[in-house]
Ligand binder design. Sequence first.
Ligand SMILES: [Zn+2]
Length: 530
Amino acid sequence: MSFEVKERDLLARIGKLKTKSGTVETPMLFPVINPIIQPIPPRRIREDFGFNALITNAYILKKHFQNQPAEKGLHKFLDYDGVVMTDSGAYQILVYGDIEVTPEEIIKYQEQIDTDIATILDLPTGWKVSKEHAEKTVNETLSRAKQLFNIRTREDILWVGPVQGGRHLDLVAYSAVEMGKLPFHIYALGSPTEVMERYRFDVLVDMVMTAKMKLPLDKPLHLFGAGHPFMFSLAVALGCDLFDSAAYAIYAREDRYMTETGTLRLNEIDYFPCACQNCSNKTPRQVLEMPKQKRQAFLAEHNLHICLSELKRIKQAIKDGRLWEHLEMRAHGHPALLQALKKLKKYEDFIEKHSPATKKSGLFFFNSVGLVRPEVVQHRKRLAERYSPPNDVEILLLMPQTQSKPFHKAKEFRKNEKLLKKILKTDLSKVHVCFYTAPFGIVPIELDEVYPLSQHEVALPLDGETIAYVVNNATEYINRTNYKTIILVNDPNNWNYKLLNACKKVCKQKHIKFKALNMESLGSMKANNL
Ligand SMILES: [Zn+2]
């Protein structure tokens, strides 16, 4: 097995990918090396920037250098002793239409030059293409993929099988199912470059998730052309393990300065928001005055630094179980990313199913975007599918969540509990207490210490969508259970009257006795108020 998963969060994983030239840790970004012009020498990419892998283009090597890389060996030829991946020229097909090499030649060539990770010559679907054309690219790529296993002669090279289909999700699904049947070491999503250039990250979510749900989950997934750090966390969270970036160099050529939240134009910044070695020693004005080539190298180095530091932050977030929080922070850097995050609602079941159930850290709930988090979905499912209230209780007492947790030990609950005993003239043993909470909805008192029901922080007051979610969750619960009486302690400050009205309505329909108490007037209340 060449891929081993060590840590997980959402669909992201920290893993080890074994190649014949060493093991790399995923998620991994392969900087793209153009063998003809290169702003940073490959040796420095490893020694100064810490990238243990890079990607270069087998088609360009073949076209410009013919047998030289094979004679020297690719690693010596590039002067790089890390892991080398080669792309096949598929991107050149997308840009130039056709190229002067056959799928068979490029397979043999990659074996001859001794690459570590190789790619078949797939046929990229592209962005604005008809369904018929998309279907053609899918079928042609598939037939080339099948040929590989008859042509290749070496067993020590990892092969990448690209999934095509573009925006046509049914074709992406078909392509992923069929590619998944072939014994590739790595799968890839082809041709999302244009989708990303147009900032259609919501479409990217559909494409990645469609492929991910149909591909073997134990193999790594490469996202071709995903080179900007501001979307790394989204792609990683969707289960992309490998990326390649030419953007660090292309942007540098165009005087564009990457940050982890977007791109700045060099002539529009007064201060560098970065403490890398380059940015610490120069001002944007000084860099603008550098000769073109020097400036380009300066920016390429900075851009690469930003890519790596974002990748490290993401890995730490995976280890800490805080990838969602990181993702949400990045999503607020650009509306297109937030739109993509909202798209995850469509895939919440799959994400929940494959996310770790417990973590070492609690979760932060900021607003309704967080309602698709796997922890929230998981609680909703468990409550609906596996939970039934204690047998001997007839009264449901709905209490608001407390600031401190667990809820049942909180001071404010203890105080209210005493008052309620007096008001209800009962020892509460026949009463089943449940808390209504954001973002989890109904939390039965006996479960309130189960992770993460006591391990979260929430921002109050709640937004409308969150209130609607909890109200919905509460009425579903009432509908599903058989209490004879329901008493709601309402907290209008944080919850307005939506919950009260909804409970009243559902109780009327089910002919259940319903009482409401106002939390703030509990102290002055007497039994006869009921
Ligand atoms: Zn910098």
